[in-house]
Design a binder for this molecule. Structure first.
Ligand code: PRP
Length: 224
């Protein structure tokens, strides 16, 4: 197998949609991974390219690893990057929109909750989300007063048990909302994943990073 990387590179990924959608991009670059993170509990996965290894992280940790240089490059959703940049600005290049793991950030409520009336009447809404910055900016732009409740997952539960009136969450197929009797009332922003690069790595290691950035860039055209 031809090596496309000539100095060690660490790529940070998260399990699930991003990992699955990244595999065809790596395959386009002639790279195969040696383990499946859904089956293996390994957090460092080697690839067919001896100079490229993959870290398996929580999605929200991917920008942190890249920003501090523990990984040279990573793939993260725009949703995660918006929240990350609110807390830890700087240090990341976002050179390519990979157009993978596409979904949207949306406001959802229980089917029987009259969101339009609540907004019209100027009610103060309780909104549960892990996307604090996106939610705050969305409702501020609409002039809607909210109390934000920070959650870390299973947001769909919050309106069902009276914790919140609405949630701000990722919607992909819409199956999770449907299964829990929730409906989208507003779209906030379309989401896709970006290739992020540590600025110092790019400067010091451009010869190794550029071929893989180019390979991702070429492969991304497959999705357009
Ligand atoms: C996201 C989101 C929803 C689900 C929506 O969770 O929080 O629960 O996907 O997908 P659907 O519209 O296709 O049903 P994810 O699986 O990314 O895990 P998370 O809870 O860790 O965010």
């Amino acid at each position: 197998m031809k090596k496309i990387v000539n100095k060690s590179i660490t790529l940070a990924l998260s399990k699930g949609r991003i990992f699955e959608d990244t595999m065809p991009l790596l395959a386009e670059a002639g790279i195969k991974v040696n383990d499946n993170p859904e089956k293996s509990r390994k957090l460092i996965i080697q690839t067919s390219d001896p100079n490229l290894r993959i870290l398996i992280l929580r999605a929200s940790d991917v920008p942190t690893y890249v920003q501090y240089g523990a990984a040279d490059i990573g793939i993260a959703g725009k949703d995660i990057l918006i929240e990350h940049s609110a807390q830890q600005p700087g240090g990341l290049y976002q050179p390519i929109n990979l157009n993978i793991a596409r979904c949207r950030l949306a406001v959802a409520v229980r089917q029987d909750f009259n969101y339009k009336d609540a907004v019209k009447q100027g009610s103060r809404l309780r909104v549960a989300t892990k996307y604090i910055r996106s939610a705050r900016e969305h409702f501020a732009a609409k002039g809607v007063h909210i109390d934000l409740i920070k959650l870390y997952g299973s947001m769909e539960l919050a309106p069902l048990v009276g914790l919140a009136d609405a949630i701000v969450d990722i919607v992909s197929t819409g199956d999770t909302l449907k299964a829990n009797g929730l409906v989208v009332v507003e779209d906030i922003i379309p989401i896709s994943s970006r290739l992020i690069v540590n600025q110092a790595s790019l400067k010091n290691n451009v010869a190794s990073l550029q071929p893989i950035i180019d390979a991702f860039s070429r492969a991304t055209n497959l999705y357009e």
